[in-house]
Design a protein around this ligand. Structure first.
Ligand SMILES: NC(=O)c1ccc[n+]([C@@H]2O[C@H](COP(=O)([O-])OP(=O)(O)OC[C@H]3O[C@@H](n4cnc5c(N)ncnc54)[C@H](O)[C@@H]3O)[C@@H](O)[C@H]2O)c1
Ligand SMILES: O=c1ccn([C@@H]2O[C@H](COP(=O)(O)OP(=O)(O)O[C@H]3O[C@H](CO)[C@@H](O)[C@H](O)[C@H]3O)[C@@H](O)[C@H]2O)c(=O)[nH]1
Length: 443
């Protein structure tokens, strides 16, 4: 099939590459000319394991190209996929300006029958709005389909090539066979439903996963007070198939471009029909408070933080991505600077993006994890990158001023910590007996 993907962010780029991988001819379009130029030179604007290999292979096979010419791409294609951003407005509501602009441009470019499918996460009723906008621009016949996207950053290619399920929302049943066939090379778990339900499935799924995270984080806070270990609790809970083991990792809470924005948008979607989504409001509040656990634990171990040197391990909102959108690290770093701490920052891939959006005289940018820990009074682990799990704890103690490690993602096992000589604080786990009671070091 000839496909145009409008918007070459995470979703547009990865789904474009994967549709090409399955033998379709795909043009990925973006209004950001710099992005298109980089892509034409086979440089990915996002860090995603394996992406450049897949991109190169499909470009060389002439199944994938990148363009800033939306009109041409629409005219050459049978299926147009909208994958532009839907960021939050200050009210929390989804900003549909990019969706509306793309729909208008698609309508004006139409030269024959098309299917217009939306992969962006959009409030219920938005596909209807897209239909009206396009119909206002063209006499050409077209169909509207909702195909919400469920990929995760850091495993986006594998998630797209081997999804757990694909949801297709449509109102013209004649399209069902075409849309199912297009996706059948990815999985046979294809769920076809109406458009409004498909739009809601996306928000409900993200809200449910965010709820699981806030739930286990609250359990972890109670575990700390009653002397239980949240990692054991999560393992035990997860053995019940009705609960399942995933998304029960306690830590400093969720971040990223989706959960924070989509939970707020769903609260607004409910609010617009006079329904107060109390549970989800609490999920958001719990998540916001949870990132401050790191600072609480720093204060507990160091007393006051003015003039202390704190190493920060991890800036991206999760491992295997350079995305720092709504990363808990941002708020934690701002708060620590406000408390007078001097910070040594390290992330395997996200330092460039972080520095572009946030820099401060109190920050030193470091070349590796041990460099960030050197002469520090404490190290805070904020992202569970594999390389932090593999660090030599004896070397860590050797380079630090005081061997205090605040593990915001519970990455180290009891066995690794016991006898390591660290003063170790994690989330929702009993504190191991400290190797020694450290002296507060100020300046
Ligand atoms: N990032 C994820 O992991 C993920 C996963 C599932 C769903 N989603 C949803 O998918 C959508 C896209 O997310 P993203 O992270 O890829 O967004 P993004 O902001 O990274 O990228 C969007 C791209 O669209 C381009 N764009 C905007 N208007 C355009 C227009 N009229 N013509 C051409 N290009 C245009 C922008 O220049 C930008 O490059 C959002 O609704 C998001 O909620 C994202
Ligand atoms: O047990 C867990 C699992 C995740 N997280 C945090 O939750 C956030 C989101 O993680 P994850 O869901 O793996 O990454 P995303 O790439 O944001 O993917 C989510 O958001 C996407 C955009 O809508 C959806 O497509 C995906 O299905 C959905 O998992 C990250 O900050 C994680 O550190 C936890 O704190 N504990």
């Amino acid at each position: 099939m000839d496909i145009a993907v409008i918007g070459t962010g995470y979703v547009g780029l990865v789904s474009g590459i994967c549709f090409a991988e399955m033998g379709n001819h795909v043009t990925c379009v973006d209004q950001d000319i710099n992005k298109i130029e980089a892509l034409q030179n086979l440089a990915s604007p996002i860090y995603e394991p394996g992406i450049e290999t897949f991109m190169e292979r499909n470009v060389q096979a002439e199944r994938l190209k990148f363009s800033s010419n939306l009109i041409e791409a629409v005219r050459q294609s049978e299926l147009i996929i909208i994958a532009v951003g839907t960021p939050s407005l200050p009210s929390g509501e989804a900003n549909l300006q990019y969706i509306e602009q793309a729909a208008g441009e698609i309508g004006r470019a139409m030269n024959g029958r098309k299917i217009v499918a939306t992969k962006s996460t959009v409030p219920v009723g938005t596909n209807e709005k897209i239909r009206q906008i396009i119909a206002g621009q063209t006499e050409q016949p077209f169909d509207i389909v909702s195909i919400p996207e469920f990929l995760r950053e850091g495993s986006a290619i594998q998630d797209t090539l081997h999804p757990d399920r694909i949801v297709i929302g449509l109102d013209n049943r004649e399209l069902e066979a075409t849309m199912v066939e297009l996706h059948s090379s990815f999985t046979d778990q294809i769920f076809v439903t109406d458009i409004r339900s498909a739009e809601m499935i996306k928000y409900a799924s993200n809200a449910f996963l965010a709820t699981k995270i806030s739930f286990i984080n609250e359990i972890s806070n109670i575990c700390e007070k009653v002397g239980a270990d949240v990692t054991e609790v999560a393992l035990g809970m997860g053995k019940d198939p009705r609960i399942g083991p995933s998304f029960l990792n306690a830590g400093i809470g969720y971040g990223g471009s989706c959960f924070p924005k989509d939970t707020k948008a769903l609260i607004q979607i409910a609010g617009n029909v006079n329904y107060e989504f109390q549970l989800l409001k609490s999920v958001v509040e719990v998540n916001k408070a949870q990132r401050y656990k790191v600072i609480e634990k720093l204060k507990q171990s160091l007393g006051q933080l003015n003039n202390t040197v704190i190493g920060i391990w991890g800036l991206s909102f999760k491992p295997n991505t350079d995305d720092i959108r709504e990363a808990p690290s941002i708020e934690i770093i701002e708060a620590l600077i406000g408390l007078g701490a001097r910070l040594k920052l390290y992330d395997p891939v996200a330092m460039g993006k972080f520095k572009d959006s946030f820099d401060h005289p109190s920050i030193t940018w470091c070349a590796n994890a041990l460099d960030a820990a050197a002469n520090a009074d404490a190290v805070c682990l904020l992202t569970d990158w594999q390389e932090f799990k593999e660090i030599s704890l004896s070397q860590l103690i050797y380079v630090m001023e005081q061997p205090i490690l605040i593990d915001g993602r519970n990455v180290y096992s009891k066995e690794q910590i016991e006898g390591a000589g660290l003063h170790y604080y994690s989330i929702g786990r009993p504190e191991p007996i400290p190797a020694f009671r450290s002296q507060v070091h100020v300046g």
